[in-house]
Design a protein around this ligand. Structure first.
Ligand code: NIG
Ligand code: FE
Length: 382
């Protein structure tokens, strides 16, 4: 089965060799990009979609999301908007609701968020555990996540749960019995390295144990204050350091020299009324930047990559080109993927048609539902 997308006004490919093509056409065959050429050329295809001058981009790659949970934290959000500080203490509220929820409810809630994302153009999503924090509940979260994506992350080290006998005891579980139960269902291991969550030694121990079990490291780093998360990510060769809200010059140099992607999550700063990460400093130092939603019920309950692109441009000094790049190819790099986030021969046929002549409109027309068609592996899904 092949589909010709014809009369593309602007094709943002995400391919550094030719990142933007005007008046383009593209063929997806058997789920993969098979041909890119000029509008009006006839490479032969089973069906033709007239894009009529609109902009086409790769499906968004949301490389950081916490989707398996029950309950919500409306009251906490409301309190924050009238001046309360975000402390991540609310994670425990979600843990209690998640543990109490049946499997069917958790699957349905996760499916609803994944569908919400798909409708907004996200065709690849990473999903973390981290609201179970028992062996059985973490494994269950990852089994559910696996039903939706191959990009699953073991985050047993989200916080020390209130029922743990001590932090040391919980770290033993996270690196022992819980890891053994979770590793078969996960690609990645993550740790919330932050004051009040896990310190440098604990984070190193947890990530190293995960690596030994065959998982790849990524880190929640430097979200609420300066700390060791970014340097540990660099030291252990993590694919990505996520949040990066409070960075020293040394942190930026470490990300740059170790080739760690900085995944910025502006939905979290928006929803916690915090200063945004300094994307400009990172980009100017040659660090690869990814944008992701951090979709979770506490710090960032948005599923919208277009919203994050708009925030990155308006609040973080990124150009629209840098923002679309970070939301597609950047996310793919944060997941060590070369088959998504880019439209080139052989890549997955994941693409979005915007109701706009350019991706710039994602920032220029914030809040407007510009995603008009979503195709995943050559099939229309939204
Ligand atoms: O990435 N920082 C830790 N974890 C989440 C927040 C989780 C929550 O508040 O429920 C984050 O922002
Ligand atoms: Fe997060």
């Amino acid at each position: 089965m092949s589909t010709l997308f014809d009369r593309i006004g602007l094709l943002y490919t995400g391919d550094p060799d030719r990142e933007e093509i005007l008046d383009a056409a593209l063929v997806v065959e058997d789920g993969r990009v098979a041909w890119i050429g000029r509008s009006g050329d006839d490479p032969g295809a089973d069906e033709r979609v007239d894009v009529d001058g609109r902009c086409v981009i790769p499906g968004f790659v949301d490389s950081h999301a916490h989707l398996v949970f029950a309950g919500d934290r409306t009251a906490e959000f409301t309190a924050r908007m009238s001046g309360e500080r975000y402390t991540a203490g609310g994670i425990r509220t979600t843990v209690a609701a998640t543990r109490a929820a049946g499997d069917a409810l958790l699957v349905a809630r996760t499916a609803a968020l994944v569908a919400e994302m798909l409708a907004q153009g996200t065709t690849t999503v990473e999903i973390k555990s981290g609201y179970g924090l028992t062996v059985a509940d973490e494994r269950r979260s990852l089994e559910i996540a696996r039903g939706f994506t191959e990009e699953t992350t073991y985050l047993g080290a989200h916080v020390v749960p209130p029922d743990a006998s001590s932090a040391d005891d919980y770290v033993r579980t996270v690196t022992g019995e819980m890891l053994a139960a979770c590793a078969p269902h996960a690609k990645w291991v993550d740790v919330f390295c932050e004051r009040g969550a896990f310190d440098a030694d604990q984070s190193r121990e947890i990530l190293t144990a995960g690596i030994k079990a065959g998982l790849l490291p990524r880190v929640h780093a430097n979200q609420l204050g300066h700390g060791p998360g970014v340097s540990i990510a660099a030291e252990l060769g993590a694919a990505s350091a996520d949040h990066c809200t409070h960075l020293t010059g040394a942190d930026i140099a470490a990300l740059s020299s170790a080739g760690v992607v900085a995944t910025l999550l502006p939905g979290a700063e928006f929803s916690t009324r915090s200063p945004y990460p300094e994307a400009r400093r990172l980009l100017d130092a040659g660090v690869t930047v990814a944008l992701a939603t951090d979709c979770n019920p506490g710090s960032s309950f948005t599923s919208s990559m277009p919203f994050c692109v708009a925030l990155a441009v308006r609040e973080m000094g990124m150009t629209p080109l840098e923002a679309i790049r970070a939301a597609t190819r950047g996310g793919a790099q944060a997941l060590r993927r070369t088959d998504v986030g880019v439209l080139r021969r052989g890549a997955r046929g994941d693409l979005v048609i915007l109701e706009a002549p350019s991706y710039v409109h994602l920032a220029y027309r914030p809040g407007v539902p510009l995603v008009t068609q979503v195709w995943k592996e050559g099939r229309r899904v939204a």
